[in-house]
Design a protein around this ligand. Sequence first.
Ligand code: ADP
Ligand code: ASP
Ligand code: MG
Length: 453
Amino acid sequence: MIVLKFGGTSVGDAEAIARTGRIVSTRVDQGAVVVVSALAGVTNALIALAEQAAKGHLIGALGAVEALRARHMEQATLLLGEGERATETIAELSAMADELAHLAEALATLGDLTPRSLDAIASFGEKMSSLLCVAAFQQQGIPAVHVDACTVMITDATFTRAEPHPDAIADACRQSVLPLVRDGKVPVLGGFIGSSEVTGITTTLGRGGSDFSASLFGAAMRADAIEIWTDVDGMLTADPRVVPESKVLEQIAFDEAAELASFGAKVLHPNTIAPAVRLGIPVYVLNSRRPEGKGTKITFEAPKRAVTAIAGKNDVTLIKVGSPRMLLTEGFLRSLFDVFERHRTSVDVVATSEVSVSLTVDEVSQIDVIVSDLRRLGDVTLERNRGIVAVVGGAIALGGHAMSRALEAIGDVRVHMLSLSATGINLTMVVDDDQVQPAMRRLHAAFFGGRAS
Ligand code: ADP
Ligand code: ASP
Ligand code: MG
């Protein structure tokens, strides 16, 4: 059995959904479970309308709801024409838009946007897209059945970035997804959304989380493969939006893919790899606009290259904690990392010296409390507007000249911090935010050829 996940652009409009249906129909015989994202741009629109409503701009928020209603209904009409299926689907989509409008009104009255209500609103993208896709697939003759992802993706109650509960997900899949597959049906679920195990209230897995949903479902059902269908030919040697000359990687190791995803390769949600790796399920990244392409295969065995790809991400915060007295005393680092764990903020890159520890974080919602807790340990400085470039390769640290070439290539770009992961697979450099893209281009040119600027 295969889990196929289609991202926002792969279900962005009627034409894309029809193309997606054609891909699904080639997989029905193997057993297929489909996970879909919201239509491209819908999650952003939902979050924006929630913020607008909570600020009291109800008319604007309701206008946005109507635009979403119209967009989904228009695509439904294009896909389904007229008839019972079209009427039913349009009525269901419209009822969802009504529900969304009520939520927006409630938010405008409350004047406050909690993570819980943000998830309630953001979940509508996948709720609507999964309904639309099921109807479209059925219209194409696929035995598709809708499964409400909230009943299967069981999580904790950390709204906007919920932690999945794999055992509960596996139980739910055994009960309500696998029997459908055994019956020759194609279950279709929304990605990204779930519900709290204790309260049943809607949660989400964080932005870009549909990839993670697909891999969690794949692991829960012991799938033979997980296919991530997107708008590029696979995982490339760099983000093609930054480096147009980047090339498709036919095969890449799980650990390299995980590093690339964590350091900005948005093509995969950073958590996607972990559930698959535990069971050795291969993950493929494929282009839904060019399904005949081979895409990228992510597995344990992959050719060991000094440098496999370059990634980069913006909006990183660098924190330096200086504590000449305490740094090397026992327990100092533990107390330091405890602070981040307590505030559920993950640290990306770390470097230590005799008198200070430098680290980077992405997530700054808890930064004020983190800084105040860190001040108990030493002097704290915070540098915003930083970015990270990462040179990832399974053999980067094994002899060769990869490191010296990387440093030479970035030339006069100022490096605030440098770190080579212990596994020797990732060389990360913290640079000024506006230097991330130039640095990526220079590094790519040095390792893969092409233009440096
Ligand atoms: P989806 O909506 O299908 O989930 P995303 O927009 O989340 O798609 O991810 C696909 C995008 O990831 C591509 O359009 C590309 O710009 C970006 N990307 C970043 N780094 C890479 C990389 N190394 N290889 C491929 N794509 C990448
Ligand atoms: N629709 C969600 C988002 O835009 C999840 C996803 O597309 O993976 O973040
Ligand atoms: Mg994505």
